[in-house]
Design a protein around this ligand. Structure first.
Ligand code: ZN
Ligand code: ZN
Length: 218
């Protein structure tokens, strides 16, 4: 497990970054833009996180060193050119914070393949509504992207694949095929259900959360 990336998936960071975004009242602390949803804000470390300082709370979890900025401003940070393409599989329960964590660890020019978002892009349905008759088209599209990632085709920097992947065998097979590292968005069933109830999302999502935890094995 990659310690730098997994930091962004753990509760202390997710909670701190969420609270700082609420306190910022939807406003970018750098350019002053107000965003329409706090998911478009990023908690950015002014001191770049490294494997050496990520476990030091006085740096990694200290609000003094964290700036709440919009995606545009964040895209101007962390520019990195060349280097080896890294691939990460970010998995965990629905509402475990996968998307938030990836937004904070990624940079402009990376590829993010979010399987649920791909369903939405192709079927125009709300999250987690997956018309069965479209699955072959969806899977083919997904596999094409996975193949590009596997062969490191193109000029992207790093790639993130976001998915539930509750089954150990399935995610390990994928990781091996892609030469990817796995990042687990750690949470508990109760935390995810609490987030759901506080989020105003449809109650039906309880089933998606429960299904994931029923299947999960590590
Ligand atoms: Zn900004
Ligand atoms: Zn940042």
């Amino acid at each position: 497990m990659d310690i730098l990336h997994s930091f962004y998936c753990r509760k202390p960071w997710l909670d701190l970054s969420f609270n700082l975004k609420i306190a910022a009242k939807g406003k970018c602390q750098r350019c002053g833009t107000t965003v329409k949803d706090i998911k478009y804000l990023i908690g950015h470390h002014k001191i770049e996180l490294t494997e050496e300082n990520v476990n030091d709370p006085s740096i990694a979890l200290n609000p003094v060193h964290i700036e709440i900025i919009c995606l545009d401003c964040h895209n101007k940070e962390h520019r990195r050119f060349g280097g080896k393409k890294q691939v990460y599989i970010v998995y965990g329960s629905p509402l475990s914070g996968k998307n938030t964590a990836v937004r904070e660890m990624m940079q402009y020019g990376d590829i993010v393949l979010d399987i649920d978002a791909l369903w939405q892009a192709v079927t125009f349905q709300p999250a987690y509504i997956k018309p069965d008759n479209c699955k072959f088209n969806l899977f083919k599209l997904r596999d094409e992207m996975l193949d590009q990632i596997k062969t490191r085709y193109g000029n992207w920097y790093d790639a993130y694949i976001i998915g539930g992947y509750p089954e150990k065998y399935e995610r390990e097979r994928l990781a091996q095929m892609l030469g990817a590292e796995m990042i687990y968005c750690e949470s508990t069933r109760e935390e995810c259900l609490t987030r759901l109830h506080n989020s105003g999302r449809p109650k039906a999502w309880e089933n998606y959360i429960n299904d994931w935890w029923d299947k999960f094995n590590d």
